[in-house]
Design a protein around this ligand. Structure first.
Ligand code: LRH
Ligand code: MN
Ligand code: MN
Length: 424
């Protein structure tokens, strides 16, 4: 579905007066409005191809309608999101859930929609049809060298797809681990995994990075071979300068201090970036900011502080991705909400009074430090984020636009009501 430009302009004109009132108020509250606006305009978050269909649980799946049936249509969905918010200008592919065949035409579609290809993801956590050896007992860690080789070859294949499309990073998430004590020799599993990763690392083009994603549990419930940021960092350090640790917000044990993890990884120059989502219990993959928005803000606060301290470019120097997908929402509406939550948290982090916060920290003024952060968190910056959208030609209120303009109904008309997107 292609949106005619004037549809967004007409919608914005309808809401212009209301928006102006809110924006004037919020600008009067903030010192560096123009600088913050430019950063918001530049900031882009990649959309995972596997989040465009209604996700399932292991108990069932309630398919939506008008979902994308192939990669081309997934690109169109992300293009639509990007047209609505101008902040979703990239897609992250998962192979073989996505099989890019005709590179030239896929690239042409992406270019037409203003999309880039973000990190490509490999998949050795499922057996695929016609696959020779099984990953039931792991992939890169496997006791059998032939299984490890098959998994290494798959990762190299994924890199090749990425090269064709213009990606510059590979994300490796392993479900490898064990379900029962005694099942695995931890040291051997680590060594095997490291050696396998070293072979994949050796196949990276010069300008590529590899992101090692960790996860505390699931599907293995006794041990995970890349179970936390410590293990991921060990691999990344041993692999070399192109290897980084990827933080998925839902991959920690309850109450983990993710903002501290992020601060230290950044300090070490080993933070790859994010899979943003939210969670109440585990790897819930809920909409970003739906459960713990304060935590999200605290994470962004560390990111902005740490990136500025290292002279990093907020837009390009980390991989910003969403990894959320579930059962009950329209996937496109859900993604609009996630991007909005990220933009708000980022805007808030940009407006923290850092001088005052530093002074409070140096003076051990705990109360003042908390006041500074909470003042910012409680300041409503939605109009600032909307203004950034307005200036970049996006919709002032993307979700409302999506509903008012009946975009899902239009997609159902085009694609039908019995569609099942590939992926989770
Ligand atoms: C694992 C994970 C990983 C996968 C994605 C589908 O839980 O977060 O990033 O690639 O989900
Ligand atoms: Mn993830
Ligand atoms: Mn996950």
């Amino acid at each position: 579905m292609l949106l005619e430009k004037n549809r967004i302009a007409d919608f914005n004109a309808l809401h212009a007066a209301d928006h102006k009132r809110k924006f004037d108020f919020v600008s009067s509250e903030i010192n560096n409005v123009e600088e913050v606006l430019q950063k918001l305009i530049d900031f882009q978050v990649a959309i995972p191809s596997w989040a465009l269909g209604t996700g399932g649980t292991r108990f069932g799946r309630f398919a939506g309608a008008g979902e994308p049936g192939n990669l081309e249509q997934k690109l169109e969905d992300v293009g639509l999101l990007h047209a609505l918010n101008q902040s979703s200008g990239a897609i992250s592919l998962h192979i073989p859930w996505d099989i890019p065949e005709n590179y030239a035409s896929i690239k042409a579609t992406a270019a037409q929609l203003g999309l880039k290809f973000d990190a490509v993801n490999s998949n050795t956590f499922q057996d695929q049809k016609d696959q020779e050896l099984s990953y039931k007992f792991g992939s890169l860690q496997h006791v059998n060298k032939a299984v490890r080789k098959q998994a290494i070859d798959h990762n190299i294949e994924v890199i090749k797809h990425g090269v064709e499309l213009g990606s510059t990073a590979l994300t490796v998430w392993l479900s490898d681990g064990s379900c029962f004590p005694g099942q695995l020799n931890f040291r051997k599993a680590f060594q095997n995994t490291l050696e396998s990763l070293q072979e994949i690392y050796a196949a990276l083009p010069a300008d590529w990075k590899v992101f090692v994603e960790y996860k505390a549990f699931e599907p293995n419930f006794y041990s995970m071979t890349v179970g936390d940021w410590g293990q991921s960092l060990l691999y990344a350090n041993k692999l070399g300068p192109k290897a980084y640790t990827l933080v998925d917000l839902g991959h920690h044990l309850p109450n983990a201090n993710i903002e501290q993890i992020v601060a230290l990884l950044l300090m070490e120059g080993k933070l790859a970036g994010f899979h943003f989502n939210d969670s109440k219990y585990g790897d819930d993959d809920l909409t970003v900011g739906s459960i713990k928005p304060y935590q999200l803000f605290l994470i962004f606060n560390e990111l902005v502080e740490g990136m500025d301290a290292r002279g990093m470019d907020h837009t390009t120097d980390l991989g910003w991705m969403i990894d959320a997908s579930h059962n009950v929402k329209d996937p496109l509406e859900d993604l609009l909400q996630s991007v909005e939550a990220i933009m708000i948290a980022y805007a808030q982090a940009l407006t923290v009074d850092r001088k005052k916060l530093n002074a409070a920290q140096e003076a051990n003024d705990v109360v003042a430090a908390q006041e500074i952060l909470q003042h910012t968190f409680r300041t409503d910056l939605r109009a600032l984020v909307a203004e950034a959208r307005l200036r970049s030609g996006a919709a002032l209120y993307p979700l409302q636009f999506f509903r008012d303009q009946k975009l899902r109904e239009q997609l159902i008309k085009e694609r039908g009501s019995k569609t099942v997107a590939t992926g989770l």
